[in-house]
Ligand binder design. Sequence first.
Ligand SMILES: [Zn+2]
Length: 406
Amino acid sequence: MKKVKKYLVLPVVLVLSISFSLEASAYKFNDDNNRFFKCSTCETAYPSYSWGDNMGGSSVIKSAWQSAVSDWKSKQSKVEFVYSSSSDSKLHSYHSTDKSLYGEMRWTSDLLKFVTKFNGYINNNANNITTTNVARSTANHELAHAMGLDHVSGTAVMNSSRDRATIYLPQTDDVNGINARYPVFKNNVLDEPILNKEPEYNINNLSISSDILTFNSLEQMASNADVIVMGHFNHSKGTINMLRDPNNPKEESILGYQKGLIYDFEIDEIISGNVSETMIDIGLRSDSDYFFTDRDGNEKKISIDNPLFESPNTSASYILFLSKDTDLDMYFTPFEPFKLIVDSQNKVNVETNLNEFQSSIEKSYEFEDTKEILNVISEAHYNWIDNISGTDVSDVKNIIKGQRMK
Ligand SMILES: [Zn+2]
């Protein structure tokens, strides 16, 4: 299925790369080929949205969503988001202890790949989220996922390793992607025929794509972590809801659940930062709850995996880059990647799913009672290049210390 889609996208990309430049054709469509419905003679799709969780009053997050709606409107004419208080597509704010997680877009699409509902989230606890334009950059990124775009490298709001303070508006590549996603008169033509093998079943697709902070160099990692330690993981000893009450992060959120597995980590050496304990608790985000509304209108709880989660190896020696959560007295992920394994030759290997292009997780749920199938894609296409594996531990420490003294 995936391969077929790639070939179908390719001709469009080739034509553009001949007429423009290579950078102008970098955009990619999501795996599920989603888009908003517009009538075949219409110029513009008008998806509606309303405010979701934690959006009362004014906030950096709410302004970011509002700016992004008008940013996209000013950059192209294919999709225009329209506020409607009765819309069941919602824009939210939440507080996740995973500081690498800027935001998420979750959307359902039907057999014709039209988006039936979307829910966008921005994490008010993400790294530097209150820095000017950082939240706005995330909002523009998340809206583009709902419109149909996947991650890319290069100058684009869809690049996860962009500088969010400067690349916060839809860029040329992003706009080209949207224009290509909504061709004139062709938006109702399917990219490929879909055979519903079980016609008595109603098929739904749910996709999730996140905006994650990624770094390519040890220098960036060193200057963006609270603490950097070397040591060993013990087995997972419990779980925590990483979604917290935004007004009181000591309490868990009652509006959602993001499972964090808690690991004891035994510190052998503090490379940088202030840590007084020799044993610390680290929370790693594993999966989240999502509610699917079936055709009878009932909500069904399903669980969505974080494609970047990987169980730590309890017999390996690690160098970890961490952020400290003072409300919970625990440590979490500040960015990806954040784990280096030290091998027997004293060289480091980055442990991450970022470089595995096919690390998206696909799951299928079948609901007998309403005769529905829900295909879930948790997308993880990040353009990350490993420049770090193979470095000597002593060099890693020197780079970290040199960077932290600046
Ligand atoms: Zn994303």
